[in-house]
Each structure stands twice: as C-alpha cells, then as structure tokens.
Design a protein around this ligand. Structure first.
Ligand SMILES: [Zn+2]
Length: 258
C-alpha cells in the first residue's frame, strides 16, 4: 500500500520497517487477512483503535498520521479527549473555551474519520486517582480496543502525564487485553526522554493530519505545526530513512507491532 512506500528508496533497518498495516498483519491474533481478531470479537478484519489525549489537538499532533491510516483503511478509530481544553484560550471562560474547542475537536475528528469521546476532566486540573482509573478502565473496556495510543508520561505537562498514566493503569487493570503504545508531542519541551521502538511512515497522510490539526484554530496551529510537529515528522522521517514519520514506544515491544 502507498503508506508502506519508502520515498527515499534507501534500504532501512528491518526493525524500523514499520509499515503499519503490514506489521499488523504479522501480529499474532491480529490478522487483517482472516479477520479473526482476538477470538472473533470484531467484524471481519476491523480493528478498534483508541487514542487517549489530554487536550483537543494532542491526538491530532501526536498520532494523527497513524489514526488517519487506520481509519482510511476501514478500521474503527475513537479519540478520547481527557479534557475539552477549558484553560486553553486566554480571555475566555472555561465554558466558552470548552465550547469552542469541542467544536474544533469534532471537526478534526471528521477529517480523521474518528469518533470523539469527551472524558470529562478539566484542563489544567486533571486528576489521577482510583476513581479516575476506574472510570478510564471502564471507558476503555466499553470501547474494547485492539490498540490504545496515548501520551508518554515523562512530559512537562501534568495533563499529559495523567492521560498516559490513566491509560497505563487501565491497561494493567484490564489484564493487558489491548496493545498500548505511546506518542510524543512537542518533543523536548513537553515529551522528554522518548526513545522510540517503532516508526510509521505517514507521508501519504501528512496533509490529512495537518488539516485535522489546523481545525484547532484557537491553538495557533501554524505555530504547532511549523515550529514543532512538522520538524518532528521530518526528523523521525530521517531516522526511518525517508519521508515523514511518527515515532512510538510500544509498551510490550515483543508484540512486534503497533
Ligand atoms: Zn496537550
């Protein structure tokens, strides 16, 4: 498929040759060919992918390319926004900002062909405690994902930490029934000490990802894109051997794939 193409034509190290769907087809219990997934819980060949992001714009920035690739291939993609970005627009009340950013997130999800879910915590005041773990585990259990992608928790933003750790604790609570991978946002300033295990070439969906990010008009998407995430995509692409890429840490790397 085009998303597997290496535009540079250069040879790449095998473990970096992370063609998303090609790798998925190699994963035990996740065959896209037979459609038999985890005991047949899914309809033919369809995977359920869930992203847990702290604020509207984090999922789009961190893993919008992979989400678009899964959705474009016909898989079911859900984005769980931990907050509605209530504290993210100077001069606006929490309610005003939440309304604006909810609309932006919904527009971005349309472009990514994803379904938004709003978890109900508050931007800047997120909480990691037993009741919230219970709630996130219940949410994820209900969505019944094959793969969850969330924030790497070594991050300067407390809300990003909470999103990542609630997902991690839910993964433990649910007895590791889905694969768990971490994305990076605003690397160096926010995400830190991120040492990828997997790279995904997103060249073919880079425009779609950018368009989704640009729905977050209130967040100065030009700056997010040009000063941070475009550079990250280009750098991860260099490491991959060409094109633009997103990098991930798959928690159980022995699983072999995102
Ligand atoms: Zn954020």
């Amino acid at each position: 498929m085009e998303m597997n193409a290496d535009p540079s034509g250069k040879p790449r190290r095998d473990f970096l040759r992370s063609s998303l769907l090609g790798m998925a087809a190699l994963t035990p219990g996740l065959s896209l060919v037979t459609g038999s997934v985890s005991g047949g819980k899914q309809e033919a060949g369809k995977l359920k992918v869930v992203c847990v992001g702290a604020h509207p714009d984090d999922p789009e920035s961190g893993c919008g390319g992979v989400l678009a690739q899964y959705a474009n291939a016909g898989h079911q993609v859900t984005i769980v926004y931990l907050t509605r970005g209530e504290a993210g627009i100077p001069g606006k009340s929490h309610d005003e900002a939440a309304a604006i950013r909810t609309l932006e997130a919904e527009k971005a999800c349309k472009i990514l062909k994803a379904t938004p879910v709003f978890f109900g915590q508050i931007d800047g005041s997120t909480v990691m405690d037993r009741p919230q773990i219970d709630k996130m585990a219940g949410t994820l259990e209900g969505l019944d994902p094959d793969l969850v992608i969330t924030h790497w928790a070594v991050d300067s933003h407390p809300d990003h930490q909470v999103a990542g750790m609630l997902s991690f604790q839910s993964w433990l609570r649910l007895k590791r029934k889905f694969r768990l991978a971490f994305f990076e946002v605003n690397a160096g300033y926010q995400t830190m000490q991120f040492r990828p295990t997997h790279y995904i070439n997103i060249t073919g969906v880079a425009d779609q990802k950018k368009l989704a990010l640009y729905q977050h008009v209130s967040q100065n998407p030009d700056e997010i894109y040009h000063q941070h995430h475009q550079l990250m995509q280009q750098f991860r692409g260099r490491e991959l051997g060409g094109g633009e890429a997103e990098a991930y840490i798959l928690l159980d790397a022995s699983a072999g794939t995102l």
